[in-house]
Design a protein around this ligand. Structure first.
Ligand code: NAG
Ligand code: NAG
Ligand code: NAG
Ligand code: NAG
Ligand code: NAG
Length: 454
């Protein structure tokens, strides 16, 4: 059980003490959502300090449950994969472009080729939307996603406990050291082999692979939380080694050809490039650089990404438009949060494109039915975006609150609710919650009347 609430037991009546115990067991047993890896986000470390009321208990429990789930998979390292990058260096990150398939019909082999021979010898052809299952063999991308979620959720779980060291802060340090710092397992600070093409004309990374490390924004959030809470596990030594890694990787991001191509992309690749580079700049303390970059994004690229009606034409034309619209919005929100963090006076949430803002883009996606494009399995991607917009712009008409409540998704028990809960929604939802169990509701009502703010 996390201890985010400052409720004092002695003021409870015996009746509600019994109810409290029932509530605790009940909420532990049922109030956590299944793990979802969201495309990206940045959590201002100030938010992680709380205080959190009891209405956030379900969300906090989910954060802890997700930290535990990620912990069961970690630690992660690029050196753990069963294949090695063409450099022959096991410290090189590698992922394969998803839609490429071997065509061995013209290579003239007399016997079957080994998988390694095939990947070098046979030309690869592009089949849009058809994922070659081989792409999961080098699972660095999946490992990095899990690492990023592990760092974010362990850091939050650590922060809930308000101590200088807990098992969660120790996990963050272990995971960061294994992936970035330890001599046996560290990743070289480059993406020379990310989303690489195979075959005789391939064997090097492509600009789309730069997207693989976008979740550095989650890692930055986690590390900033440990710094803010002065975790005794995040030592000066670990910090300076990690900063040094980040500086080297910043140089790669600013100079390597695929990185420059990603920076120049006008769609979500350009948005997420900014997420990544701003996060790294924040980590190394270059807030001025991050501010310049964030302002450049909102003053330039951003303005070309949203039409006046809130549609994002470059994402709408993709094979999975509901996903890509929400994906890019998540990137925009992350950029807005990062810019607000480095420059509290910035007004980036108000920056418009033809009068449209991030809010307009979310309003548009709220009208899109994901079933029309067979995308009901990614419907969840819209919920943190809607919550973030409601939290930032307010919800005077109650439309965001209504959208979330009528979705059937237990958003108040989701991890993002810890940092996306808007005061407006909290009051709009007073009395409402995602549990239908009558006993739970009765106990919760008693709990609220007893503790007021808790
Ligand atoms: C050549 O190698 C490919 C890949 O292993 C295999 O599918 C194909 O059957 C081989 N051709 C011959 C003639 O053995
Ligand atoms: C990442 O986490 C997911 C969800 O728990 C799990 O299914 C997957 O196996 C994990 N992969 C790695 C490489 O940790
Ligand atoms: C966190 O701990 C500090 C020092 O132990 C204490 O002063 C503070 O009140 C605590 N904060 C919360 C929210 O419990
Ligand atoms: C959703 O379904 C599509 C098409 O079946 C698939 O390619 C994609 O990986 C799925 N996404 C998730 C998050 O399950
Ligand atoms: C937009 O700008 C106005 C005027 O400066 C300000 O009151 C409001 O809070 C801003 N809204 C957001 C979401 O930043």
């Amino acid at each position: 059980m996390v201890s985010g609430n400052a409720c004092s037991l002695p003021t409870m009546s015996a009746t509600f003490l019994a109810a409290f115990m029932t509530f605790s067991v009940f909420s532990l047993a049922t109030a956590t959502n299944p793990f979802i890896t969201y495309p990206n986000d940045f959590v201002d470390p100030q938010v992680a300090l709380g205080p959190f009321g009891s209405s956030l208990q379900g969300a906090q429990d989910t954060v802890v449950a997700w930290a535990e789930e990620m912990n069961s998979h970690g630690p992660w390292s690029v050196t753990f994969k069963p294949v090695v990058a063409p450099s022959g260096d096991k410290h090189d990150y590698m992922s394969w472009a998803p839609y490429q398939w071997p065509d061995c019909s013209k290579v003239g082999n007399k016997t079957a080729l080994s998988p390694a021979q095939m990947r070098k010898t046979c030309p690869y052809v592009f089949r849009d939307g058809e994922v070659n299952p081989d792409r999961n063999i080098p699972d660095d991308f999946q490992s990095f996603f899990n690492l990023s979620d592990a760092v974010l959720y362990n850091a939050l779980a650590f922060s809930f406990q308000n101590q200088s060291s807990t098992v969660y802060s120790q996990n963050v340090v272990k995971f960061v050291k294994t992936w970035f710092l330890d001599s046996d397992t560290k990743m070289n600070p480059n993406l020379n082999f990310a989303q690489m093409n195979l075959g005789p004309s391939g064997q090097s990374g492509t600009f789309t692979g730069v997207l693989d490390l976008r979740m550095l924004a989650k890692i930055a959030s986690g590390v900033l939380i440990l710094r803010k809470r002065a975790s005794s596990d995040w030592t000066k030594d670990v910090d300076s080694q990690f900063v040094s890694w980040c500086r080297q990787y910043i140089t790669w991001l600013q100079t390597a050809p695929p990185a420059k191509q990603a920076a120049a992309a006008t769609n979500n690749h350009g948005t997420f490039y900014v997420n990544q580079l701003m996060s790294l700049m924040v980590l190394v303390g270059d807030n001025a650089g991050a501010t310049t970059l964030g302002r450049k994004y909102f003053g330039g690229l951003f303005k070309t990404q949203i039409a006046a009606n809130g549609e994002q034409p470059m994402e709408a034309s993709r094979s999975r438009p509901f996903h890509y619209r929400n994906f890019n919005i998540a990137g925009m929100i992350t950029n807005a949060r990062l810019l607000k963090y480095v420059d509290p006076t910035s007004n980036d949430w108000n920056t418009t494109s033809n009068g449209a803002t991030i809010q307009t883009a979310v309003d548009f996606v709220m009208t899109v039915n994901p079933a029309k494009t067979q995308e009901t399995n990614v419907t969840v991607e819209i919920y943190p975006n809607v919550a973030a917009v409601a939290a930032t712009y307010g919800d005077p008409s109650g439309k965001y609150s209504k959208f979330l409540s009528s979705s059937g998704f237990p958003y108040m028990d989701d991890a993002f609710w810890v940092w996306d809960h808007p005061k407006t929604l909290a009051s709009a939802n007073a009395g409402a919650n995602t549990h239908s169990n009558a006993a739970f509701l009765a106990v919760k009502a008693g709990w609220q009347s007893l503790f007021g703010v808790c």
